[in-house]
Design a protein around this ligand. Structure first.
Ligand code: S3P
Length: 435
């Protein structure tokens, strides 16, 4: 387990490109593996989560080749082969939950395992709808957790009201629906990221989106016939978010992020930062499946704000960093309706609140969020801060450390590589200091 010491800096900013979107990369890995022929993918994330999912697709019969920024995936044409061994999904919740859906209707048995963090995360949320479709899913972990055995069976379409706002569960049911007889409808309590729906559209898989109700007509056991094609993975907005928020809260700092995905279901952080007083410009440069563009941020003195309701799923992965930003803003920043944070790669409410307090910040924790009062004078914690195996905790705390009054030791930072292997290089590139 590696540690890093991150030092406070007075200047921070510059220009950069972030690596490919984790959600989009994993969905593309699955759909290109399902397609017939060779898809050419530009910008695929070479982070551990995406590589695990890609590896799983290879175990299921796809073949892949990287040439610089280009990834060629030769698909199975829908004829997956039964993997010889359990699929180790590492830290990837998206890979595991979406694959459970994709595999539920195949004629084979597949076992999925994961690392310690993934093995604590709830999988009952995909088992329940999949079983309603006729699937056989066994969770042998202690609390409806991994390992998961998927015994492929014939499926039928269902109408399913999601009990929580989750793009992963929605996508799982839609992927299973492709191999079901009849129509599958999912109803979301709040709009969540729609990369699966958009990719279906790009790949000419008919999908009917009616507000919060999303339906597809199943193709039965044979599944859909998808033709391979060229696809672009935009830069990951959730990776850019660390720099955007850290620069927004630093008067005088400036940042340009290019080639970043600007799907509106991902960018609610920009609305929140603007409400807090940040100066942000967005320029759209291209659109392929998702809008892509440049974000320009100029730092300012921020003020606290309230974050909740429909905004939450559209910035769910940015909330630890937003809490950090709250400690730098004047007044109270309130985060509510975010109980889902407790079942992410770590309990992000408890861990973030603990770590913020370690810096001397004023934090009140709720079941579904937290209140942070600022601006706080941030003191470097005496003890090292643990990531709890959670990449977004490690990166949020690295950002917080740049505002502290001394070096901060972060423990167990290898997890950063799940979504952002270049993070530490980029931190230095923008003027950060670390050891
Ligand atoms: C993801 C959806 C979100 C997000 C996760 C990736 C996806 O999770 O937190 O990092 O790729 O669909 P939920 O859908 O479980 O909320």
């Amino acid at each position: 387990m590696h540690s890093k010491s991150v030092y406070p800096v007075s200047d921070f900013g510059g220009e950069l490109r972030v690596p490919g979107d984790k959600s989009v990369s994993q969905r593309i890995a699955m759909l290109a593996a399902l397609a017939k022929g060779t898809s050419e993918i530009r910008g695929f994330l070479r982070g551990e989560d995406a590589m695990r999912t890609l590896g799983a697709m290879c175990s299921l019969g796809a073949s892949v080749k990287f040439e610089g920024n280009l990834l060629r995936i030769t698909g199975t044409g829908g004829k997956f082969k039964e993997p010889a061994n359990p699929l180790n999904m590492g830290n990837s919740g998206t890979g595991t939950r979406l694959l459970a859906g994709l595999l539920a209707g195949q004629n084979m048995t597949v076992i999925m395992t994961g690392d310690a963090s993934l093995s604590r995360r709830p999988m009952g949320r995909v088992k329940t709808p999949l079983e309603q479709m006729g699937a056989q899913i066994e969770l042998t972990g202690e609390k409806a957790t991994l390992p998961m055995t998927v015994r492929g069976t014939p499926l039928h379409g269902i109408r399913y009201e999601l009990p929580m706002a989750s793009a992963q569960v929605k996508s799982c049911v839609l992927l299973a629906g492709l191999f079901a007889e009849g129509k599958t409808t999912v109803i979301e309590p709040r709009p969540t990221r729609d990369h699966t729906e958009k990719l279906f559209q790009t790949l000419n898989i008919p999908i009917d989106i009616n507000g919060l109700e999303i339906s597809i007509q199943g193709f039965g056991r044979r599944g859909p016939q998808i033709a391979a094609r060229s696809l672009i993975v935009p830069g990951d907005f959730s990776s850019a978010a660390f720099w955007i928020a850290a620069v927004a809260a630093r008067p005088g700092a400036e940042l340009i992020v290019r080639g970043v995905g600007l799907n509106p279901r991902r960018t609610a952080l920009l609305d929140v930062l603007r409400r807090m007083g940040a100066r942000i410009e967005v320029h759209f440069t291209e659109e392929q499946n998702d809008p892509i563009g440049t974000v320009l941020v100029r730092g300012a003195r921020l003020r606290g704000t309230e974050i909740g309701g429909d905004e939450i799923p559209n910035l769910i992965d940015e909330l630890p960093m937003l809490a950090v930003t709250g400690t730098l803003a004047e007044g109270r920043t309130m985060i509510r309706d975010a109980a889902e944070l407790r079942v992410k790669e770590s309990d992000r409410i408890a861990v973030t609140a603990d770590h913020l307090r370690a810096f001397g910040a004023d934090v009140e924790e709720y079941a579904d969020g937290m209140a942070v009062r600022g601006p706080a004078k941030l003191h470097a914690p005496e003890k090292p801060l643990a990531s709890h195996g959670d990449h977004r905790i490690a990166m949020s705390m690295a950002m917080m450390a740049t505002f502290a009054d001394g070096p901060v030791i972060l423990h167990d930072v290898d997890c950063v590589a799940t979504s952002y292997p270049e993070f530490w290089n980029h931190l230095e590139q923008l003027g950060g200091k670390m050891k």
